[in-house]
Unconditional design. Structure first.
Length: 459
C-alpha cells in the first residue's frame, strides 16, 4: 500500500473519463499522486468512477466495487470511494448493500470528493476550505490530469439530456440538458493546446442541443443552436489540428454546423449521430420524434453539404414491439445507407425508463443478440467495401502508438479506440514515426476495419 497515492478506476464512457481527470488534477494540486487504471492498484485510496447506463455496465461496476472491497478487507487498501453514474442513481441501495465502501459521490458532487481528500486527508498543499473552493491550488475548474495520449483529449461541452427516448436511462441519471458557457469551453481548448493536445474529440449526450439553454448567441436571442458558432470559434484557436464531433441527435439537428464543417479543414469530416432505427413504427415506440423520411433526408443533406464525410451511427435492436418486419426493413436500410461506421446494441430493459414502465420486454435475449450479430455482419461487409476506396489515396494520419511491428495511427475519419486504424510497418520506413505527430501516408491495403500504408513525409 503506497502512502499518498490515489488509484482511479474509470468505467463507462469518455464523459466519465473527463470527470475523473478533473478530480485527479485537483487532488494532485493538493499534494496527492494519482494513478489511473493501473492493472494492479497499489495506492492507499481507490476511487471507482462507475457507469450505470445498461445492465452489463452496472454489473461491471458492481464487480469492480466487490473486487476492490476484497482488497480493503485484506488490508491492501485503506479507503474505498465510489463516484459516477451508478452511485448517482442508486446511492441509497449501494450504501445498504455495500457497506465496505467508505464514501459515495454522485455524478455532479465530485467537488466534495476533492475537498474531502485534499482537506480531510492531510491537506498536503496546506489549503483551507475557502482557498480550495476558490481554486487557490492554481487550477481552473476545467483543468485535468490527462490520461489519454498527450496529443488528444475529450472535450465535454454539456451534461444531461432533454430527449427522454423510451429505452434510455441517461436523463434519469444526469438530469436535464445543461450547456457549458462558450467562453469557458474556449478557455479549456486553449489550456488543452498549451498541454500539447492537437486533437479535440467533442463529446456530449446531445451535441445538437448545445446552447439552447444559454442566454443566447451573438444576437442575444435565447434558445438558439450555438453549436455551429462554438465549433467555428474552436477551429480558429491556434494549435487545434483536429476537431471531431460525437453524439449528435437527428431531431432538431443544427444544420448550420454542416457549413462550419465544410469551411474549416481542421474540423474532421466525421459525425457521430445515433439514429437507433429506421421504421416509423419503431421510431415512434422509441419516442425519437422523427420519421424515416425526415431521417433519410437529413443523412442526404449531411453527405451533400460535407462531401466525403464519415457518418458513425448506433442502432438498437430488440426494443419492445420490434417485429420481424421492422428488423427486415432495418437490414435493408443499413444496406441502402452504407454507413462508414456503425455499432449495434441489443435492448436492455432499464428501470424507470418509459419502455420499462409502459412496454413489455417481449423479445427473447437470444433473438436480440442474433439480430445485433446479423446487423453487424452486414456492416462488416459494407465496411470492407467502403474501405477499399482508400487504397491509392494519400491521407493525413496521426500516430497514436507503436505496437509490435507497426506504428498505429488514424485518419480524420476515425475516433480513438472505437474506429479503424492505419497500420504502418516499422520496417523499411525511411521515416521513424513519433506518437502525436502527423504524417502523410499512402494507403496500400484495406481490410474491413484496418488500413495499411507507407509514410510519404512528416507534416
Amino acid at each position: 500500500m503506497q502512502k499518498g497515492v490515489v488509484d482511479f478506476i474509470t468505467l463507462g464512457c469518455s464523459k466519465n473519463l473527463v470527470d475523473a481527470e478533473r478530480v485527479m488534477r485537483q487532488l494532485e494540486a493538493a499534494g496527492w499522486r494519482c494513478v489511473h487504471d493501473a492493472e494492479d492498484p497499489k495506492g492507499e485510496i481507490c476511487v471507482i468512477n462507475t457507469c450505470g447506463f445498461i445492465g452489463d455496465a452496472k454489473e461491471e461496476s458492481i464487480n469492480m466495487i466487490l473486487r476492490m472491497g476484497e482488497r480493503k478487507k485484506q488490508g491492501k487498501l485503506r479507503k474505498l470511494i465510489v463516484m459516477g453514474c451508478l452511485s448517482e442513481r442508486y446511492r441509497a441501495e449501494l450504501e445498504e448493500e455495500l457497506p465496505e465502501v467508505d464514501a459515495y459521490y454522485g455524478k455532479f458532487d465530485f467537488e466534495n470528493l476533492t475537498l474531502s481528500l485534499s482537506l480531510g486527508e492531510g491537506n498536503k498543499a496546506g489549503l483551507n476550505p475557502a482557498q480550495q473552493k476558490k481554486g487557490a491550488n492554481g487550477c481552473a475548474s476545467f483543468e485535468r490530469k490527462l490520461t489519454t495520449p498527450k496529443h488528444y483529449a475529450y472535450l465535454k461541452i454539456s451534461e444531461g439530456c432533454n430527449r427522454f427516448c423510451s429505452y434510455c436511462a441517461i436523463p434519469l441519471i444526469t438530469g436535464r440538458h445543461t450547456s457549458r458557457p462558450k467562453e469557458e469551453i474556449l478557455d479549456e481548448v486553449r489550456w488543452l493546446v498549451s498541454q500539447g493536445v492537437k486533437e479535440l474529440n467533442v463529446i456530449a449526450q446531445d451535441l445538437s442541443s448545445y446552447g439552447m439553454d444559454l442566454e443566447g448567441d451573438k444576437s442575444g436571442v435565447r434558445g438558439k443552436h450555438l453549436l455551429p458558432e462554438l465549433i467555428d470559434e474552436m477551429a480558429q484557436v491556434p494549435g487545434v489540428e483536429w476537431i471531431r464531433l460525437h453524439y449528435a441527435y437527428p431531431t432538431d439537428f443544427p444544420e448550420g454546423l454542416l457549413d462550419v464543417m465544410a469551411k474549416h479543414a481542421n474540423v474532421c469530416k466525421y459525425l457521430d449521430i445515433a439514429l437507433q432505427h429506421c421504421t416509423d413504427h419503431m421510431l415512434g415506440l422509441m419516442r425519437r420524434h422523427i420519421t424515416r423520411a425526415e431521417q433519410d433526408a437529413l443523412i442526404k443533406r449531411i453527405r451533400e453539404k460535407v462531401p466525403g464525410i464519415c457518418i458513425r451511427t448506433t442502432l438498437l435492436v430488440g426494443h419492445p414491439g420490434e417485429t420481424e418486419e421492422d428488423f427486415e426493413e432495418l437490414k435493408e436500410w443499413v444496406k441502402e445507407m452504407r454507413f462508414e461506421r456503425m455499432g449495434c446494441f441489443a435492448y436492455s430493459d432499464e428501470e424507470g425508463t418509459y419502455a420499462n414502465k409502459h412496454y413489455k420486454d417481449d423479445i427473447p435475449q437470444d433473438v436480440k443478440d442474433a439480430r445485433a450479430a446479423e446487423l453487424m455482419a452486414i456492416q462488416q461487409e459494407i465496411s470492407g467495401e467502403l474501405m477499399q476506396r482508400f487504397v491509392g489515396r494519400t491521407e493525413k494520419v496521426i500516430i497514436d502508438r507503436e505496437e509490435g511491428e507497426y506504428f498505429i495511427g488514424r485518419t480524420q475519419y476515425d475516433s480513438p479506440e472505437v474506429d479503424c486504424e492505419v497500420l504502418i510497418s516499422t520496417k523499411g520506413q525511411s521515416t521513424k514515426c513519433q506518437a502525436g505527430e502527423f504524417y502523410e501516408v499512402e494507403i496500400t491495403k484495406a481490410e474491413e476495419f484496418d488500413l495499411y500504408g507507407v509514410i510519404k513525409r512528416k507534416l
